[in-house]
Ligand binder design. Sequence first.
Ligand code: NAD
Length: 474
Amino acid sequence: MENSLTENMRVNFNRIFEAQKNNHLAVKLGSVDARKTKLKKLKTAIKEKENEIFEALKKDLRKPVFESAVFEVFFIYAEIDFAIRNLYSWTRPQRVSSNLLNLMTKSRIRYEPKGVCLIIAPWNYPFQLLISPLVSAIAAGNCCILKPSELAPATSSVLSNLIKETFSENEIAVIEGNVSISTGLLTLPFNHIFFTGSTPIGKIVMEAASKHLSSVTLELGGKSPAIIDEGADLKTAADKISWGSFANAGQTCIAPDYVFVHENQQEKFIELLKSSIEKKYFKNDHLNKEDYGKIISDSHFKRISILLEEAISKGAKIKIGGAFEESERTIYPTVITNVSFDSLIMKEEIFGPVLPILTYKNITEVIEYINVNDKPLALYVFSNNNSNVEHILKQTSSGGACINDVMIHISNPHLSFGGINTSGIGGSHGFHGFKAFSHERSVMYQSQLVDFGKLIYPPYGGKEFILKWIRKLM
Ligand code: NAD
């Protein structure tokens, strides 16, 4: 994979962009059935390459086949099937009512493809996060250029071949490469940019989009808290959190980033967390690397070790794990306590298998802490008390939330998935993803029989009664 942006590469992606622009009307005019056929074709192509995809994910992230199957590939099959099942109803123009001023008109919202779109993906779920928005883009009738993450090169290469073998490049094309390629692509006047990645790069993407006023969906990151209410079932919380925080070695955008537990329950919770971690990730007292991912790159490995060292220098204590194996880029599931709010680990998204446990006396402290920080992508509450759950939901804001579990809200295609402000803009999955790639075009059809519009045209003399009449209605 060539990484710096050469003149040849620029010419190449400009050519593909122009070809997609020229082809877009034909794609737009294709029937709903034609879109469904494309989605089926995509699914078949993925099925044929399943093993290659699993191999690539193993190479890039040591992702266990089970995790690759469930979170990367089956997730996409479900997304494709859902789109195929619902595409007729999504694409049907939506009737909306008329008000008194346009009584005899008909109004419709038509979901029309935005045009030529750019999808940029990160490395942590490198297959799913590139293909899931593509499913929405195809469903909505768009052409697309896809830019996978250069940090997952094996998966990037499989994706590139899969798309090349399945679609013509004047409709869907992959352009592999790093930051310079991404930067180059972002100079083009795309109709929509769907970016998944970190918050700082999200800002760069939005700035580039502003040059052409391209619309954006930004699926970003942040620090997602898990709050354990005093009366919650600690064992369930430990079981769920030990999965969410350490699956994919903690490299999940909606992984619980830190936990708030009542000060009287910290010890018990850590005990339960320890035994849950041992059950899930250890075999005969050794870390079972078959079922546990590695860190994506040396620089991320270093970044996480610096976060931990800095936290320790400010008083944090390691309660579970703490081992780092540089040669295999493996960081053992690690749990720390006594963490200072001033440490970097409480300021940056951790995005690795290190979990700070913080304590509270009163839930108000937790709410205050969450509210002075950036709005998280996800917020988790473990509680048996509905009014406590409602209180926390009302007093805070986050992209999404999940009660008595972690991360699984992403699996319901009826829910919009996305962040708010620094954790993201816009939503994805199911109809919400379809909407992200569609322009909601409002169309009003005037009646040919009666036109009340004439009542408001000049000359206005003698029409004062109309003002009085309208005022009475308001
Ligand atoms: P990243 O922002 O570094 O990179 C994402 C993509 O942007 C890559 O394809 C990369 O090549 C490109 N890129 C990097 N720098 C760029 C630049 N200066 N200009 C243009 N493009 C650039 O993110 P990452 O490290 O790949 O992924 C981790 C981040 O993604 C975490 O913050 C995580 O929370 C977030 N994430 C969010 C979601 C979500 O759905 N909200 C899902 C997964 C990951």
